[in-house]
Write a protein that binds this ligand. Sequence first.
Ligand SMILES: Cc1cc2nc3c(=O)[nH]c(=O)nc-3n(C[C@H](O)[C@H](O)[C@H](O)COP(=O)(O)OP(=O)(O)OC[C@H]3O[C@@H](n4cnc5c(N)ncnc54)[C@H](O)[C@@H]3O)c2cc1C
Length: 493
Amino acid sequence: MIQTDVLVVGAGNAAICAALAAREAGADVLVLERAPENERGGNTAFTAGAMRVVYRDIKDLRVLLPDLTQDEVDGTDFGQYTAEQFHADMQRVTEFRADPDLVEVLVSRSHETLAWMAAKGIRFAPAYGRQAFKVDGRFRFWGGLTVEVVGGGPGLVESEHKIASEAGIRILYSARAKGLLADDRGVHGVMAVIDGVTTEISVGAVVLATGGFQANVEWRTRYLGPGWDLAKVRGTRFNTGEGHRMALDAGASAAGHWSGCHAVGWDRNAPEYGDLAVGDGFQKHSYPFGIMVNALGRRFMDEGADFRNYTYAKYGSRILAQPNQFAWQIFDQQAVHLLRDEYRIREATRVQANTLEELAQRLDGVDPDGFLDEVKAYNAAVRTDVRFDPTVKDGRGTVGLEVPKSNWANQLTEGPFLAFQVTCGITFTFGGVRITPQAQVVSSEGTIMPGLFACGELVGGLFYHNYPGGTGLTAGSVFGRIAGTQAVAALAG
Ligand SMILES: Cc1cc2nc3c(=O)[nH]c(=O)nc-3n(C[C@H](O)[C@H](O)[C@H](O)COP(=O)(O)OP(=O)(O)OC[C@H]3O[C@@H](n4cnc5c(N)ncnc54)[C@H](O)[C@@H]3O)c2cc1C
């Protein structure tokens, strides 16, 4: 039998933050990771490493970005992202359903947690590539998301594992937790299958950090509803809800939006699960600068309702609901310089044509006449009297359309025209287990379950309907760190 003070289940960002905090507090820490080593890092490895964090001014940013040069400071309008803005974004996009106590912890501890990560050796940089545009000779950040990890998700996983190993944390790969062992005094062990051998692990406390259940097609259909079996999984194939099941079996309370998830526009021909070699490259997030049409050739949502950070996570489900679950994103030459790097990968499902009539013939699965009528009506409705500015909600919208476009509307007039076909890619599920602000798992009776903590995508109650981009990693870090610290405090108690 294996023994440890704190057992962390999973080895993504939330798990490693928990493990580092527990180790820092003096505990012996063991991490079980279901994936083999070459697929380690969970969904974290697929991210761009963008992290939403509160900063009032450049001084706060410098704590996280010590390498910032004076030239960068002079040439950039970083603005600020206050606690009030973060609170407001969380409540607005979740339609005021997010648990205010958890949001308070997330927001108030975001900066100190990233500073803690930086002090441990995680390097951050300004997200110039994806979150800033140059206007009048200066970069301007938009959408409350300024910081990313150097090397993106793979860089984060690499650094975290190196720091964990140097701190003396043991990580076992191909090690799948199966169930919690608990008695009236709380959780005291875990049954696991390690390299094919069923093993009992005796523990002082357990931190569950096993991600969502999005890679479980049966649960997706059961909880998210019909059609979700057809979505593509953007990240790891290992997040199948086993942490949810283990916690619920042991008596935990379910919490949050179990029929909701984060899902985006994702290449129509992407594989069933994420591909680490492509990472997040299958996503297509520049739709605010073009239009999106379905098989009927019709627009079906406001592409410019808000900055993409505040709409992308809910638009995957809108695409899934279209006939044959696809859409085409259309751009003309005015938008090409604004397209994100993911539009240039060789795996993109893309067509090009010099005229709209030619393009209509090339949009696989689309009614050409419907499409041409739609573009004509759209072009006629654009408010060309308003100045286009991608760094603010510019109000350059449409007038009189049944499906409006509220910002960044340009007429589609300048060929060659480009089109990219997308379907729904699911990122993670919102439903999870209930925790206290101290990351203690709460039972269905409303009591704290001794010895059991949870963090990361497994936690329910933070996200409903939608999600502000860059919050998943920050939430995982904040609650991971708390879970690790509290798990050690519980050992003493
Ligand atoms: C393509 C993509 C891009 C994204 N971009 C961003 C971004 O830029 N910024 C951002 O904030 N968020 C982003 N996200 C969301 C982000 O990935 C998550 O919010 C975050 O990484 C979740 O961390 P986690 O530790 O909870 O889960 P994960 O990183 O998924 O880790 C869970 C781990 O648990 C393991 N596991 C599961 N079951 C078991 C078991 N039974 N036993 C042992 N181990 C188990 C899994 O193998 C996995 O390693 C993105 C997600 C995807 C898919």
